[in-house]
Design a protein around this ligand. Structure first.
Ligand code: 13P
Ligand code: SF4
Length: 345
């Protein structure tokens, strides 16, 4: 039963005390997040992983986040992911072989003028690829700052793997759309309009399958039915959606906005379902709905549940802990370079 699982989880937490650290992403289920020692967005969780001294980090989030925690933690700290199937469809849209081939083609077109950068929602191997070439990682809460820095380094950027965060951030910095191109990793082809020489940002053709579900029609409907509603979306949404909404920002930004919003204010939120549900529950004085009336869950985030958490935690008390996430040493060195660049900015 649920109570039994909760008691088992609590028992391991009590036994391990400060040897155990459970970071939980804002998109995690309620049943899981209640056991998190810290909640945060991707950036906060990366920073916390760099600073914790716990022996065991049991990551309630998705695979790339656990990899990041392993890269940023010390040699003797171990990182676990309660369910190995908790991946990220966006991170899966760029693999290292495709990245190497894209880089070969793009450097042929543009010479040494490109700096690679990657959203943290990517594999450790891609972070290492970027770090090895002096680029940086970014998250949704610092993308603008990091992209500004990147433009001081090189003339052009290759932005992996989320075209929407890349495009939305570049638009914010004033880059015109006709100076952005899209690299299609399947067709191995660069799509652009106009003059190749004027391209400043090369976007990888990847997206988040959760945030793609928020549409312009959803916005039109809300504007019609709730004229006083503020529309607040995550920058993983398409440009048209971000443009037509009132505000956009990372999960941390969304939470802060709602926290500070006046009583009785009305909000339609374009982000993952578990977070929207939590905001609705924690803010009974405000009217909050999901921008897409069919709530949008992240199926892989949801793979972390009470049974997996209990199983994973209990295995720490045996000599065979399950699902350790261990990033290769060489990959760690270069990926850490890309992450440190971001964290130092
Ligand atoms: P943030 O936590 O950086 O807002 O990212 C959202 C996300 O999609 C995480 O997978
Ligand atoms: Fe990946 Fe999107 Fe799920 Fe985040 S919400 S883990 S980007 S699929």
């Amino acid at each position: 039963s649920e109570e039994k699982l909760m008691a088992r989880i609590q028992e391991v937490k009590d036994k391990l005390g400060s040897d155990l650290f459970i970071p939980g992403h804002h998109y995690q289920k309620e049943e899981v997040i209640q056991f998190a020692d810290a909640r945060g967005d991707s950036l906060q969780l990366a920073q916390l992983s760099a600073n914790t001294s716990a022996r065991y980090i049991v990551f309630c989030g998705v695979h790339f986040m656990a990899e990041t925690a392993d890269i940023l933690s010390t040699e003797d700290q171990k990182v676990y992911l309660p369910d190995l199937r908790a991946g990220c469809s966006m991170a899966d849209m760029a693999n290292i072989k495709q990245t190497e081939r894209a880089w070969a083609a793009l450097t042929e077109m543009f010479g040494e003028t490109i700096l690679p950068m990657t959203y943290v929602n990517s594999t450790a191997a891609i972070k290492a690829f970027v770090g090895e070439r002096d680029g940086s990682t970014v998250t949704s809460s610092n993308a603008k700052k990091v992209m500004q820095w990147a433009f001081q380094q090189k003339e052009r950027l290759l932005f992996l793997p989320d075209q929407h965060l890349g495009r939305n951030t570049a638009v914010e910095l004033g880059v015109p759309l006709n100076e952005m191109a899209v690299w299609d990793p399947i067709l191995e082809k660069l799509d652009y309009e106009g003059d190749l020489e004027s391209i400043k940002v090369i976007l990888w053709k990847g997206h988040c399958s959760v945030h793609e579900n928020f549409t312009e029609q959803n916005i039109e409907q809300v504007r019609q039915q709730h004229p006083n509603m503020n529309i607040l979306v995550h920058p993983e949404c398409k440009r048209e959606v971000v443009e037509k909404s009132d505000l956009s920002g990372s999960t941390k930004y969304i939470i802060e906005k709602i926290d500070q919003a006046p009583e009785n204010s009305e909000w339609a939120i374009g982000t993952e379902m578990n977070l929207v549900k939590r905001l609705i529950k924690e803010n009974p004085d405000k009217k909050i709905i999901s921008l897409n009336p069919h709530m949008c869950p992240c199926l892989t985030m949801n793979r972390i549940d009470l049974p997996h958490l209990a199983w994973s935690l209990e295995s720490l008390l045996t000599d065979q802990p399950v699902h350790e996430i261990k990033v290769d040493e060489k990959v760690t060195t270069y990926a850490a370079r890309a992450l440190d660049k971001m964290l130092d900015l």
